[in-house]
Design a binder for this molecule. Structure first.
Ligand SMILES: *Cc1c(COP(=O)(O)O)cnc(C)c1O
Length: 393
């Protein structure tokens, strides 16, 4: 195989595509035929770059840990997405998509959110661009993620609690798709990860690719070479990982390690380890691996980290995993918690629980002392303090 990149029909190998209801056909086709042209235009590039620099605070630092490197016997760098405005990598994507929406003449933005992080990142850019914003969120999540709901409201978004199904992310996504079906001409749907129908996985990966673009420059300066030996990232839908590996995807000198949330254990019945447990299916417009019952009903995932409990996975990652380009390691709640405390105590950085899953994979890999390892620290832990403090290490 020559490339792990997407093909012209929106597939990564057997995964991806656009499996959508007829009524959305025009919206999705419109986006498919415009996103690359817009993203490659000079006006988009200059506005996007300027906002990443002055509003988000990019480039994010590539920090060579001292005590953590010693602990794991390698040269361990953290890509500090936790230092971005709004506290995670998600803003890289929402800024890009709102600029695309404006160039397509859309006036209204909708989004779905689980933990509320994507909702906050979307509400933030809508305030910045003075656009109407509606965020669908499962009622259970509205109650669990109260501070993020308040932030979205302060930013001027309307948060709609969804009462169907289990009242979580999957149901919020269904509701957002329903809204889009009713308002196809003026509304743009900002998806928060490398999931959904083509072109979303590719568009989001490209918008997050600034992460690996910066890593290449930063490693060149720090180590005299552009590529690490390992890139490690957590995967919910897969966007921070996609951004971190984008420019290395066909460079097999770089080993890709993806950490997925194993909850109480892969075989415990309470996990979100989609790649370990999933079977081929279609979810939210994309053919990928899906956690499902024998008769094809989507199973409710569980993880201590609200950002990782999605029953699907981006088609790029399904392809990387099934072709063994990437190594996928399941990380349990307890391992992630221990890793969060370890980073906090060794380096003075409190990570998001999602990012703690990437950290929790470190002890499962045997490094050589001259290995250069880059771990994507996707977000900061402020939002998770309450959970972290329930467990004392
Ligand atoms: C949402 C989120 C994730 C998971 O999403 P991906 O699309 O897989 O990156 C990971 N880390 C943080 C901090 C998040 O907010």
């Amino acid at each position: 195989m020559d490339t792990y990149k997407i093909n012209e029909n929106g597939f990564y190998g057997e995964f991806g595509g656009a499996y959508i209801p007829e009524i959305l056909h025009r919206c999705v086709t419109e986006l498919q035929s415009n996103y690359l042209r817009i993203m490659e235009s000079e006006s988009f590039i200059s506005e996007y770059r300027q906002l990443l620099r002055d509003y988000v605070g990019r480039p994010s630092p590539l920090y060579l840990t001292r005590r953590l490197s010693e602990r794991y016997n390698c040269r361990l760098y953290l890509k500090r997405e936790d230092l971005n405005h709004t506290g995670a990598h998600k803003i890289n994507n929402t800024i890009g998509q709102i600029l695309i929406a404006r160039r397509m003449g859309k006036t209204r933005i909708i989004a779905e959110t689980g933990a509320g992080q994507h909702g906050v990142a979307t509400a933030t850019v809508c305030a910045l661009m003075n656009m109407e914003c509606v965020v669908y969120m499962g009622k259970t999540d509205v109650e669990r993620q109260h501070i993020n709901v308040q932030k979205m409201e302060m930013l001027g978004a309307r948060v709609v609690p969804v009462v169907s199904g289990n009242q979580t992310l999957k149901d919020a996504t269904n509701e957002a798709i329903r809204d889009w079906c009713c308002n196809p001409s003026d509304t743009y749907y900002i998806i928060g990860s490398t999931v959904g129908p083509h072109p979303y996985p590719d568009m989001v990966a490209r918008l997050q690719s600034v992460i690996s673009e910066e890593i290449k420059l930063q490693l060149q300066q720090a180590e005299g070479r552009e590529h690490p030996d390992y890139i490690i990232a957590c995967i919910g839908g897969g966007s921070n990982a996609a951004g971190g590996i984008f420019h290395y995807i066909d460079d097999t000198r770089v080993r890709i390690v993806l950490a997925e949330a194993a909850g109480d254990g892969v075989d415990s019945g309470r996990s979100a380890a989609t790649i370990q447990l999933g079977r081929r299916g279609v979810i939210h417009g994309s053919r990928t691996l899906v956690m499902q019952t024998p008769d094809g009903q989507i199973e409710e995932p569980y993880s201590i980290s609200a950002g990782l409990d999605y029953p699907g996975i981006g088609p790029m990652h399904a392809h990387l995993a099934t072709t063994r380009r990437a190594t996928v390691l399941p990380v349990e709640d307890g391992e992630a918690l221990a890793a969060a405390y370890e980073l906090t105590r060794l380096e003075g950085i409190i990570p998001a629980l999602e990012s703690a899953h990437a950290l929790g994979a470190l002890h499962k890999i045997g490094f050589k002392s001259d290995d250069i390892v880059v771990l994507i620290l996707s977000g900061r832990g402020d939002k998770d303090l309450h959970t972290l403090l329930q467990y004392k290490f």
